[in-house]
Structures are given as C-alpha cells and as structure tokens.
Write a protein that binds this ligand. Structure first.
Ligand SMILES: [Zn+2]
Length: 254
C-alpha cells in the first residue's frame, strides 16, 4: 500500500529548495562567525584577566617590599635611638691620679668599656684602659678613678667606648694635654701645649720639636705637621723647615 503524502508546492518546488539550501549555508556561516567572535572575545578576556592578575601580584609585591623597607628604617631608628650618648672628661685629683667622669645623655643605660688615647703627633704608642664593668644609668653621671701608671706626657686624643643595648659605640674624641711628675698627673688641660718630638719621615731619626700651643683641633695639628714633615723629608739629611712651629735643638743647628 502506498501512501502518498501531499506536500505543498512552496515546500518542494525546485526554486524553493535552492532558496532553502542557500539560506542554510548563510545561517551556518553566520553561526560560524558568531562562534569565532565568541572564541576571540573570550581569549582576549582571558589575556586581560591574566594581565590584571600579574599587575595585582606586582602591586602586592611592591607593597610587601615597601613594608619591609619601612620596618628596616624603623628598626634602624630604634637602634640608633638606643645607642649610648655621653659626655665625658678627665681631670687630675688630689691623689695624683685621674678622675674620669661620664654622663649619660641618651635614652638607655650603658656600660663603660674602655678608654683609648691616641697620640696627636703619632710618635707615641696608643694607650688603652679597660674598665671594670661600670653602668651609667639614664640621666646620671659617674666618676671613676684611673691610675696614672704607664701614662705618658703629651697631647692626646681621648675616646670612650660604651656598650649600649644594641652595640658598642665610640664617642667623638676630646683633646688633652697631660703632664706628669713622679708618676703623678700634675696637669690635665683641654688646650694643646708643649713641644712634641717629631722624626724625619725619610730617615726616621728624631730631629726636632714641634710647638703644639695655639693649635685648637686635630685638623689644625695635621695641617701644620704635614708642612713640617714635608720640609724635613725634602731637606733630609740637613733637616730644615721654614715652619715657625719647628724648634731645632741647638746641637743640630750647630
Ligand atoms: Zn732625614
């Protein structure tokens, strides 16, 4: 039995089939283009997202780095605020010894560690005095008696080494002229004076005396010494100098 289905003419007519086919092609093409556009768009979105993440990561890193730097700066400020700040001085006492005083001007207690003396002209050995542990509380001042044994006459730079909660620091130098008689300190002055023996830098022979009076700072001393020593070296072995500070002993002048 054959069943015949009657379809309307507009559905099966040849020109309608052609039309429908082209329609399908067109729709497929449009779908393909839309899909392509979606794919490209999502790829662009992913790239954008990734760049945003990278940027956020970099921002976080930078914030972290800034935070670390700030902590370091704050630590350094705290450390240096805790460093000992002191004034000090030397004077002779009735027993013929020295009295060292030290005042705590900082914000934390410190220990006196040692006193170091450096000869201003450089001919004599450094002298170092280590202390028995002595604590100087904030806002207070202490005095220590120092024996004069082994100390030498002359003009010296004096430093104090102090131990604070974080580290040991050295004070800036003070200049002293010291004079002894029978191992007793008979003069302790903060102005430079007297004659220091100096040597020819070339032949190392002690040739002359150098006037220290009127020199006010280490820089002054170095400047005047440089001139005198330069003269002596250039004129070796006659050893002459035009410096008014240089005093030739009579046996050299002849
Ligand atoms: Zn010489």
């Amino acid at each position: 039995m054959v069943t015949t289905i009657f379809l309307p003419e507009w559905l099966i007519g040849e020109k309608y089939v052609t039309f429908a086919t082209w329609g399908l092609v067109l729709v497929t093409l449009i779908l393909a283009l839309v899909t392509l556009a979606l794919v490209l768009d999502s790829r662009a979105n992913r790239r954008e997202q990734r760049q945003r993440w990278i940027k956020e990561d970099q921002d976080h890193l930078r914030e972290h780095e800034e935070l670390l730097q700030r902590w370091k700066r704050e630590d350094a400020v705290r450390d240096s605020a805790a460093d000992p700040k002191a004034d000090f001085g030397l004077r002779s006492n009735r027993g013929g010894d020295f009295t060292l005083w030290s005042a705590n001007l900082g914000t934390s207690s410190f220990l006196l560690v040692r006193l170091r003396m450096v000869h201003l002209v450089g001919e004599k050995q450094d002298q170092i005095h280590e202390f028995e542990p002595a604590i100087v509380p904030v806002g207070q001042s202490i005095e220590i008696r120092l024996p004069t044994l082994g100390w030498q006459d002359g003009n010296w730079e004096v430093y104090l080494a102090l131990r604070g909660p974080q580290r040991e620091v050295t004070t800036s130098a003070k200049l002293y002229y010291l004079l002894f008689a029978d191992d007793r300190a008979v003069r302790v002055q903060t102005d430079l004076r007297g004659l220091e023996t100096i040597s020819c830098p070339k032949c190392k022979v002690q040739v002359t005396n150098f006037e220290m009076g009127g020199l006010a700072s280490k820089a002054d001393v170095q400047q005047e010494l440089e001139q005198a020593l330069g003269d002596l070296q250039r004129s070796c072995p006659e050893h002459e100098s035009s410096s008014p500070r240089v005093r030739f002993p009579s046996y050299i002048r002849g």
